[in-house]
Design a binder for this molecule. Structure first.
Ligand code: FAD
Length: 189
């Protein structure tokens, strides 16, 4: 990206959040660019133990079953122990036949999500550190996408998205679909 370039959405960081969002937006036809400061993927901590909800989110993001199998290792339980010796066995209900927690192989997960974003139509530019973002005036396409999602553009949309975000933090909303439904509900109140 060079100064003066304009995209609908610029995402900073090609971690799982950035690439998953990029894939979802690109599938809806949004012109999206992910800027990642690392020139190449490198290992980082994280994903050693993740709940079944993370696996469900990976499927919702568009990952194939083959990809899910390739990037996860099922883990039946994790034993937590406090310094005082109290222990908890965390299973997410796997004992009762519910889906198991997993360990993610980040060296497989992150590149798989990058591929998903690119195959969905997003661009990823590595080796670009973002220092500042200049928000341009709407070219009109952002408005079109809001309308496509059934959300009327206008000054209320910021307030609606804030309310949706707060419900997400409270755990009341756990998926993009639920967020959209909630936004539509608030707007029609
Ligand atoms: C020690 C540790 C243990 C963890 N264990 C677990 C676990 O067991 N289970 C679990 O589910 N999660 C775990 N996590 C959390 C998990 O790693 C994070 O939730 C996950 O990586 C967050 O993904 P993300 O895409 O938001 O951010 P990240 O994966 O951190 O990606 C952010 C990206 O943004 C890039 N970036 C940042 N600033 C800029 C900039 N200015 N310009 C361009 N690029 C930029 C970075 O280079 C990076 O690639 C752990 C985290 C740590 C630190």
């Amino acid at each position: 990206m060079t100064p003066g370039d304009v995209v609908d959405v610029a995402i900073v960081g090609a971690g799982p959040a950035g690439t998953t969002l990029a894939a979802a937006l690109a599938r809806r036809g949004v012109d999206v660019l992910v800027l990642e400061r690392s020139p190449a993927w490198h290992w980082r901590a994280g994903g050693v133990f993740a709940s079944p909800a993370a696996v469900a989110a990976l499927r919702r993001a568009g990952s194939s079953e083959a990809t899910v199998r390739a990037v996860t290792q099922p883990i039946p339980a994790m034993r937590l122990e406090t310094p005082a010796g109290t222990t908890v066995r965390l299973t997410y209900g796997a004992d009762a036949g519910r889906p198991m927690a997993v360990g993610f192989d980040r060296s497989a997960l992150d590149p798989a999500l990058e591929r998903l974003a690119i195959e969905s139509g997003a661009s990823i530019e590595r080796g670009s550190t973002v220092h500042a973002v200049r928000l341009g005036r709407s070219s009109g396409s952002g408005t079109r996408h809001l309308l496509d999602l059934g959300l009327p553009p206008g000054p209320r949309i910021g307030e609606v998205l804030k309310q949706v975000y707060e419900k997400q933090l409270d755990g009341e909303i756990t998926s993009v679909e639920e967020g959209l439904e909630e936004a539509k509900r608030i707007l029609t109140e």
